[in-house]
Unconditional design. Structure first.
Length: 299
């Protein structure tokens, strides 16, 4: 649940889980462990709540094969498994994308990004080990899961918005990444990084696409409040984007024009489109969940 602070009760008290150093150290250890034992893929976040499996099941229910069982009033899109593009924010060891690819046959473009280079190295190392084991079903370059180092708050959009996904991805996933950012004490333009997150995510989702997020720190109501962007939050995040573009200019980055154009993908808003049921508990006469999973659609 959200913790109160003196200045803003909607913000969490920072902790080491909000630092890049923490994640670099964690994935450095997990890289070493996996190198010694390929069966050890490291931590699957929220595994005790079966969050990853439930997110995969939620997406599977949106696939073409399940379309006949859906309510006619559903605002969620039908997702063809062979063409749906999927972006995983804060991919960690890549477990989510591997599950979608290997177990559920989602064969469209899949990209996992993380700001920790050690995370990306681990995901790539696991991918290589899986390919070696499954030599008879090796993926070609067109269907292999991609992994890239990218900072969602400060990185240029051209890293993730390119090719067929220049105008956004069909599905964007977050399993614990917003939680970690919410625990960072870093600021940009006078705001905590979590206050800029929605504005930075919005351009990543194509019009009509979905953003599926799981959190252990925020309730469903709080997630809905976060991802209905307020004007002042959008203005601050736009200033941060402009600063990133200016930095690209100063460094001679030829992708700056792409970054400026891609920021226009942020036009539109998120609306609540669905939720995932998790186990509930009762305490003091109130019911709650240990984690929350919400689906937002960009309209």
């Amino acid at each position: 649940m959200a913790s109160s602070s003196q200045h803003n009760p909607g913000l969490l008290v920072p902790s080491e889980l909000g630092t890049k150093e923490y994640w670099n150290a964690l994935y450095t250890r997990e890289l070493s462990n996996h190198a010694s034992n390929p069966d050890d893929i490291g931590t699957v976040w929220f595994d005790d709540s079966d969050a990853e499996s439930k997110m995969v099941q939620f997406l599977d229910a949106l696939s073409e094969s399940q379309s006949q069982s859906r309510s006619p009033s559903s605002s969620l899109p039908i997702l063809p498994k062979h063409t749906t593009s999927i972006l995983d924010l804060g991919c960690g060891n890549g477990s989510m994308l591997f599950s979608l690819r290997e177990q559920e046959d989602w064969s469209g473009r899949a990209l996992g990004i993380d700001y920790s280079p050690q995370s990306v190295a681990l995901a790539k190392q696991i991918s290589r080990s899986m390919t070696v084991v499954e030599t008879e079903t090796q993926e070609d370059d067109a269907t292999a899961v991609e992994f890239s180092e990218w900072d969602i708050i400060a990185g240029p959009y051209s890293t993730v918005l390119n090719g067929a996904q220049e105008s956004g991805w069909d599905v964007v996933l977050d399993k614990g990444t917003f939680d970690a950012i919410s625990l960072s004490d870093e600021q940009a333009h006078g705001r905590r990084l979590c206050e800029l997150y929605c504005h930075r995510v919005l351009p990543l989702v194509r019009k009509g696409g979905i953003f599926l997020i799981t959190s252990c720190n925020w309730t469903e109501e709080e997630l809905a409040n976060w991802f209905v962007a307020k004007k002042e939050d959008a203005a601050a995040a736009t200033a941060a984007d402009n600063n990133n573009n200016n930095n690209d200019d100063n460094s001679g980055n030829s992708n700056n024009n792409n970054n400026s154009n891609n920021n226009s993908n942020g036009k539109g808003v998120f609306v609540v489109a669905g939720r995932v049921e998790h186990r509930t508990f009762s305490f003091g006469g109130a019911k709650g969940q240990t984690i929350s999973t919400m689906c937002f659609r960009k309209v």
